[in-house]
Each structure stands twice: as C-alpha cells, then as structure tokens.
Design a protein around this ligand. Sequence first.
Ligand code: CA
Length: 750
Amino acid sequence: MGKLHTSLLLCASFSLLSGLLACTPDTSNSQNNSTVATQDGEGRLAGYQLGRYEAVRIIDVASQAELIDAIASAVPGDHIVLADGDWVDLDLVFSANGTQDAPIVLKAQTPGGVILTGQSALRISGEHLVVENLVFKDGYSPRNEVVSFRTDSETLANNVTVSGLVIDSYNNPSRTQREIWVALYGKNNKLVNSHLAFKFTSGPTLAVRLNTPESLENNHLIAYNYFGPRPIFGSNGGETFRIGTSHYSMEFSGTRVENNYFDRCSGEVEIISNKSRGNQFVGNSFYASRGTLTLRHGGDTVVENNYFDGKGQPYTGGVRVINPRQSVRNNYFKDLTGIRFSGALVVMNGVPNSPINRYHQVDGAVISDNIFENVSAIELGEGSDSERTAIPINTEFTNNTITNESGGTPFNLYDDMSGIRFEGNKTDNAPPDDIAYGFSISGDSPVASEGQPTPGIDKTRTGAAFYPKPEENTDPFEQGREISVPVKPDAIGEAIRNAEPGDILSLQQGGIYSEGQILLIDKPIRIIGPEDGGVTILFERNSLFNLSATGQLELKNLTISGQSSPDAKGNAVITSSNAAGAGNLSLTMDNIVVKDLDVNGGFSVLDVGRGTFFDHITVTNSSFENISGHVFKLDQETDDFGIYNAEYLTIENSTFSNIGGSVAKVYRGGKDESTFGPHIDVSRSSFENIRSAVLDLHGLQHGSFVDNMVAQAENIELVYTTGRPVFKVEANQFTTGDIDSFIDVEDVRN
Ligand code: CA
C-alpha cells in the first residue's frame, strides 16, 4: 500500500479521535498507568488511546479466591492484576462500578502471560470497567458466550472497554452447539485491539445484541481488531459478525465498526450480517473472505472507505444492499470472484410489504465514488422473482469506476433499473444498454492504480500486539518428519500416536499391515506406501480411521481391504466424530485401492458422524471394488437445519465397480440460502455395476459429472431444495442406457 494510503488512514483516525473526549496521548510508561493497548510502531497513531487510567491501588491476584475477593471489594481506581500463568476453568463474573476518571481495571500481569483455559468464560457488568490482555485458548466456554457484556439478562455492562482480548480456537467440542465468542449488550462499550480466530462452531464470532431497550442506541465501538480465519461452516450460522436480529431490526443500533481486519472470514454467505439501523462500517479490510458484508435488515447504515480484496479466491464478495437509506461510498473492491448473492456489489429486489424477516425494498441508497477492479459481478435487482418484485427506487449509482482487465462488464441486471439513477461513472467495458447513459467509456483502464489511495487498514495495525497472527495457508506437511513404519501388528496406530502434526508415515517396505484398534486422526497425517504398490492394510475393528477435531488424512499408494473386518452391518474404513473436538476435517486419497468391503451389509468407505464437517474430500487415481455400502456417505444431517457434512467432494480418474450403495450420498437439508456448497464434482471415472443411484444428491449447490464411462448403473438422483443449484453433465459415455434417462431431477424449491 502506498504513501497516500497512510495519510488517508491518518485522517480517518484523527477525525474519529476528535470525537473522543477521553482521548489523551500516552506519554508515560509508568507502571501505575494503564493505557488501552496502542500499537504505535512507526510513530503513527495506530490504536485507540481511550484514556490513561491512574491506578489508585494495584491488587495482585494469584488465585480464583483472591480474584473474586478483589472484584467484590473493588473501588474506582483499582487495578486488579492477574498473575501470569494458566487460569483453568475460570467462570468469571467481573461486576463492579468505576467512574469515568477512575475506571476499575482487570488486566494480565504481562500481555499474553495470562491464559484462560479449560472451561472458562467472562461476564462483565457495571460501569466504567476496563479488561486488558486476556487470552482464551485450549478449551471452550461452559456458557453460550465466551465474553459477555452482561452478567445476566437484567444486569448489563455500560462504558466498558475490552482490549487485547484473544480468543483462539476456543470451540465447543460439538460444532453444531451454538455459541458466540463476544456478545455486546448495554451501551457505550468498546472492543479494541483484539484477536478472534478459528471459530468452528455455530453462531457468530461477535454479536451486538439489541434484545432489550437498555441495549438500543448503543454507540458501541469495534475497532482495530483482527478477525482471523473463520473456516467454512457448512450451514447458516457461520457469520463472523452480527449486529441485531431480524426481530429488532427496525431499532437503531449505532454501532461503529472501524479499522478492523477480516482475514479469510469464510463461514457462510454473510461475513457480517447487519440487522439493525444506523451502523457504520468504516476503514475495514476484508481479505480473501467468502460472502459479503450484508445489510440484511434495518436501514441508515454507512459502508465507507473499506477495502475488499478477494485475491481471486472463490465466492469472495463485497457488499449486499437491502433496506432503505443505505450508503456505500468510497470503497475499493478488488479481485472478487463471487456472483449472485456473493457479488462485489449486490443490490437486491425487495418483497412488497415485506414481513420483518424477508427482504425490504432498497429505497434511497447512495452508491458512489467506489472503485471496482477486476470483479466478477455487480448484481442489480438480484433476487428478482415472483416474491421479490419490489425494484430498487430513489437510488443513485454515481461517480464509480469499474475496470476489468479480462474484458466484459461485471454488471448483471435482473429487473427494471428505472429506480436507480446512473451518472458520472467510468468504465473500460461497455455496460448493458439500459444503464449505459450513466457511464463514460475509456479504452484504457481508467483506474490509475499507482498512487491511488486505497482505503482499508493494514493487518499489522490490528489485533493484539503481543499475539502473532496465523500464516497464510501453508502446506501442513512441509515441516513434517518422515517416519518409517515397520511391518508388524498395530504399527501404523503406534506411529500415529507418536506423530506430530504434519508428520509423514512411510510404509516403504511393503507387506501387510494389520491394525487392531481404530486410529484417531486429530492432526494432519500423511500415510504413504511405495509407488509400485505392495502395501495392504487390514483392520479388525468396525473402522480403520476416525477423523476428529482438525484431522487431515492423506493416503497415497495403498491397498485397504475389509477382509479382516468384523462380520457386522455398517462398517466403514473411515469415520468422523467429535471425539477430539470440533473442527474442519479433510481427506485426500491418491492411488488407493479399496476392496472387499463385503463381509456384511452397508460397509462403506467413508461414513461420517453426525455434526462433523469435511472441508474437502479429494479422490484421484483410485479404485473401489466389492463394496456393500456407499462409497462416500455424507448424509447424516437429516433434520433440515441446513447443516451438511462436506463442502467439496471431488473424484477424478477413478474406477468404481460392484458397489451396493451410491458412490456419493449427500444430504443438505433446509431452504435457507446461506451456503455456497455442497459441491460434488466427478470426472474421468468409470462406473460398473452400481446398484443404487450412482450419485444421490439432496440439496447440492454445485456439481458436475464430466467425461465418465458408465456401465450398468442406477441413475443420478438430484433434489434441488434451495438457491440456484448448477449441475453440469458433459461428454459421458454409456454402454447401457443413455444420458436422458440417467439424470433424475426433482425440484422442490417454492
Ligand atoms: Ca447467515
């Protein structure tokens, strides 16, 4: 980012600070002072200096009993200092009353030195409190929230600042258990310089709650935080952020969300679900995040000076506009590949006289001075259908710049554009005729990227200064050791138990490995046989591998046979569970032979556990034969909550013969439009004697069946339940039957 960028940020920061009366420059390093974390680095104003708090009394506490006593007797000006170390199962209530000039401070002895672990949680209520530099990790909250700005439904926090909070992978072991990591109630509260990353469970990472009058017109500030990776959740409820709910969406919230960094926040179609009036999103950066900042309910919200950089990643989007009087100004949208609900800019059609939980008409929106550089889609009138007939009105789209190196225009018009005025826009590719009057067209790219100020904030200026941010996606096996596994009973299990994450188990001797236990995979593990084959794995329990937590299993050059498995129904080579906690799983199989899963009925290759989720399952160059059950059984979520078991199943260049069940059986229930998956892609593979539907896919969103050979197989069964599912069928060969009778589609959408 260039020089101008810096100066622009400085202006934004100063103008905001001028509104904060309590702002005092930090000029002292005295131990008796506590300043809400600043990260100054280069002499720039980098954090929110929200005041300097003179400690009247410092109370060091080293046990839960001492801590509880200190809080109970706290008076304004007290600084309660938690001794460094692990605080296990600390279900803490911090309820006290400071004053504006002398808040009560609860802080770590050393930033990063105090770890709240096990089943810990923090509830805060009262006035003028400060909480600094607490780290939650290696456990999960015993409550619905990890940090709550209330101690019970009647007792709320006001004028409370939490800074330097870290919540890292602090997930309930059951990923479908709804929990919120930080819940703001009350008024005038602040969350600043905090780090929240790797939430795998249902429910937003952060929520601003408006559920009582005492929490309306709240004037909260959420600033300079680092929202780290939020992996794909596989259902609604994977938002990083939610402000309000549809029930309170007509209420005025007044939360300001400023200068935060959203890093790979890809839980679902809403990165942020704004469901209340009068909020401001200013100066934030969204990096490689799927979905959009969605102005889902409530009006009068401003989205200004933000930077959306999709890095060309799938489904990356910008802002989705719904409801009256929304403003989207001076934002920079770059390399965003999302379309439809996940476009760089989406202006929705509304529902006439909409119920509170549907889509209110866009009325009086201002979309101006934005730059769209190499984005796939600007969707106008999106969602137009027999219900959503209310077109955007009284809206202006002015002085925007749109450029696409690849040629073509990103604009898609789904309805009448007469309610949007287009003026003063610049583009390098002709927009659709209906709106062309509002554009000047230049052959050259009209965006002068060099020296152009880019809004948004740099990652290094967000989060907790003492807590490192995660790396970009790296190969987990890069640093792994190679462990040679001898041929003897239970040798693979022993090697896995002793392995570090990312280790590679090498079975290079060849021979028959026999395992008498189920092997827990709760870390990245690669098991690799010799390239010329010669390794067979037998297993004596009802499954061989159980994936749990963030288990990643890669199998290469192996034969797995079910011939030693117990004579019982429903065995599976690979299963998944929450035995070691919640997380996203993955499975890769390359050059694998799976055979003789026929000792009894329903013997599957993969049979997932309820409430478990695979980010991806990738199968290449493999063969599956004599299998009495399904090959990939991903159908455990049958209660229609919209939860499913795998985002991507990809099969290439593989053979399937003599299969009793389906090659893939997938169930994604529910009618909500909150997920991009599941995706099922099958290519260059052959299918012979498949005795159930080759693919049995309920509720998929994206699929393909391309360049395959089919002999003696039941049909592909597709049930379309929601969204705009796409299933591509191309270049397949059939030795019996034909394509027309091969694909059965049942469409149960409205
Ligand atoms: Ca949602």
